[in-house]
Design a protein around this ligand. Sequence first.
Ligand code: BES
Ligand code: MN
Ligand code: MN
Length: 462
Amino acid sequence: MQALNDYLEVNKERFLEELLELLKIPSISADSAYQNQVAETAEFIKTKLIAAGAENVEVCPTKGHPIVYGEKLVDKNLPTILVYGHYDVQPPDPLDLWDSPPFEPIIKKTERHPNGAIFARGACDDKGQLYMHLKAFEGMMETNTLPCNVKFMIEGEEEIGSVNLGAFCKANKEKLACDVILISDTSIIDNDTPSITTGLRGLTYLEVEVTGPNRDLHSGTYGGGVANPINILSKMIASLQDENNHITIPGFYDDVEVVSIEERKAMNQAPFNLENYKNELNIDAVQGENTYTTLERTSIRPTLDVNGIWGGYIGEGAKTVLPSKAFAKISMRLVPHQNSDKIFELFKKHFESIAPSSVKVVVTPHHGGEPVVVPTNSIEYQAAHKALETTFGKAPIPQRAGGSIPIVALFEEVLGVKSILMGFGLNSDAIHSPNEHYGLFNFYKGIKTIPYYYKYYTELKK
Ligand code: BES
Ligand code: MN
Ligand code: MN
């Protein structure tokens, strides 16, 4: 590994410069105004994959944004790792809360990143993390140390629910055949405490529309006599959780996995400081189900959150109006063995049932995804454990994440292959938020760790 580690050290600055170029392209998948930039980003990834030594590299069109595929097959008797990542990013809004423009990456020191962090949308989620894989691969190619076969599948629609990737996988089962899927799109506990993500929550995302009168009304002339859809929607939403923050939708908890006392004990052993957590968020108290800790509330328990709510007049000054309509976007994070379609149906039925007859309600599904658990007793997991132990000098801790990567459950279903979630971000890196950043320490640590994964996985498979 010496030659490889030397190569990675010598080319460090260039790796960073290339990532900064990638971060300058606004690949916002949710906004059709950026379609060309999303396509440009796919081409960028393609070029860099070819330069690194990948073969059969192609930008595969889909009904939405393209998928970049590439491979290096050295020997069919050796195992094959499929690297998955996403080059699309979340919209950067609200722009005025960024200290520097989201697509003009800059490096600044922070308390958690004393060696500097790259500030840009996508720095951590997921351009910075996927780019570690390209550079680790380049290093292995250049130093003749690639120990197994590798395939890359980098998509451009993760942040909008990977809507076309499932079909792509079904249509390309042969091409994507592999032994393990390796993903860096999650977090470690902190830079002194490596961890491996052993679970992801599922997701049901939907939108509700509440309609009162057929037009906006004068709130004096009609107020008091006609239902206000915003008032009604607020009440309906408030009733979805009881005083113990328990979700009130009938049947919602029916399939929720009961995690054993031993496992709960183990997960609460992970380093976590509630005071620091509150201080970082500038809150005086946390909230949640009272029989669970914060770590449990954010990993093994399902949630219901309003992501956006609108209606009526929100311009400058005041307008006296009783609006015709009110809207909300609502997401529910799911845990094993909940099912996203079933939860959508339960929500819809319940929401319609609690609407007073003074309004009409429409519930529309967005994307969804199923929860995931990663077994820790597999060769695939052991390889990640050894790799992180080697580069951090400390055994990594298994930890379930609260976020979702819906395609992971589909990989298992369609390709029959399990994923390893070996991410290097920090929860404090502000992904999806203004001032998203990614530590240089984390970027370089990832590049160093990935080749060890290849090495240990290949050795353990023998
Ligand atoms: N990389 C995140 C998911 C994530 C982040 C998992 C941190 C674990 C730790 C991913 O890009 C993401 O944001 N997923 C979305 C779901 C998607 C359907 C929009 C999410 O979790 O909200
Ligand atoms: Mn991501
Ligand atoms: Mn994301």
